[in-house]
Design a binder for this molecule. Structure first.
Ligand code: ZN
Length: 346
């Protein structure tokens, strides 16, 4: 994704996506400088909406990577949304928009400029910006994902029905809403309405699936997926011994064990372009050590880019987990989800 940084507010970079800039050029081409000015006011309003979310989120210790502006709106990219702050973070954006809407409408009763004329309709700048801000605020309060109102709804009902169920309810409402909008869009041949409907439909289902996989990952423990067939090497083995072992067992990586203790890790990648006469201890890397009760979320965080992790209990190597094992589990889960869907249809 190509984007350009234009400013930094409250320590948060504001970036314009390239499609946003293309749209800006199109607006200028079709509606001249009036359209351009209106567009700049609008995207400033969207940035303020996102800054509303960000301001509250920061109070909950959330890191905001950036605010990205796309033709469909803005996005504050947060590393996480804490459950306890979700209500306040979600509602802050629409509140900012509604306040802006009221301020601009108030301002337009004192002074305004007819900035744009489309099909003999005249658009006064402040009034138009005011109305659009109110629409942005109210639209985002719809109780459905991926709008802010979906989060507000989830925060309000999750203590009664549970977080997962609350997410499912808000994303189901989002999907129905998008279908209704799609219907209206098709009847009125309104391409923007159709695009928004498609955007909401996908946004709504993603929210649920992201949470669902997070929830499932919490339930899978390292001990459920680790392999207990351990073939280890000694730090004093030569590279030639290691290569022979790789041909024999066909594993891509091996724990290095000395006096019953895990001291390192070697993999196929480490032995490329090295002298055959050096020994394992010269090329081994520090092992990633995990405990057998760790869940899949923590395991993935701990593993980072590493290919494998070692399970150690009481100083003894108990198992190995490779990225391949994890991918296999993910595929099985994919199948499981498909089956669950099929069963629900019956
Ligand atoms: Zn928002």
């Amino acid at each position: 994704m190509q984007s350009f940084k234009i400013a930094r507010v409250m320590g948060i970079p504001i970036e314009l996506h390239i499609t946003f800039i293309l749209l800006l050029i199109l607006v200028y081409y079709f509606w001249d400088i009036g359209g351009f000015i209106l567009y700049v006011f609008l995207f400033t309003s969207v940035v303020l909406h996102e800054l509303g979310h960000s301001y509250v989120a920061k109070k909950y210790g959330v890191h905001i990577e950036k605010i990205l502006l796309l033709p469909i709106g803005g996005m504050a990219m947060m590393d996480r949304i804490p459950k306890e702050g979700e209500f306040k973070i979600a509602i802050a954006g629409p509140i900012v928009s509604i306040i802006l809407g009221i301020l601009f409408l108030g301002l337009s009763t004192f002074m305004d400029f007819n900035i744009l004329k489309i099909d003999n309709m005249v658009y006064p700048l402040f009034m138009t910006v005011g109305v659009l801000n109110l629409m942005l605020g109210v639209f985002n309060l719809l109780p459905a994902f991926p709008m802010d109102g979906g989060r507000v709804l989830r925060a309000l009902i999750s203590h009664k029905v549970g977080y997962l169920k609350a997410t499912k309810i808000a994303s189901t409402i989002g999907q129905y809403l998008s279908l209704i909008m799609l219907g209206f869009g098709i009847i009125s041949l309104n391409i923007i309405l159709i695009l928004i409907a498609i955007f909401i439909y996908y946004g709504a289902s993603q929210e649920y699936h992201a949470l669902l996989s997070h929830d499932v990952f919490n339930k899978i423990k390292v001990k459920d997926i680790m392999s207990e067939d351990i073939v280890s090497v000694s730090p004093d083995d030569s590279i030639k011994d290691l290569v022979d072992l790789m041909f024999k067992y066909k594993y891509m990586g091996y724990p290095v064990v000395k006096d019953g203790k895990l001291v390192g890790s070697v993999s196929f990648n480490d032995i490329r372009n090295v002298d055959e006469n050096i020994s394992v201890k010269d090329i081994m890397k520090p092992p990633i050590v995990v405990s057998k009760n760790m869940d899949l979320n923590d395991l993935l965080l701990k593993m980072g880019n590493s290919e494998r992790a070692y399970v150690v209990e009481n100083n003894k190597l108990k198992g190995i987990i490779s990225k391949t094992d994890i991918i296999r589990i993910l595929k099985l889960l994919g199948l499981k989800r498909y089956e669950d869907n099929e069963n629900n249809k019956k």
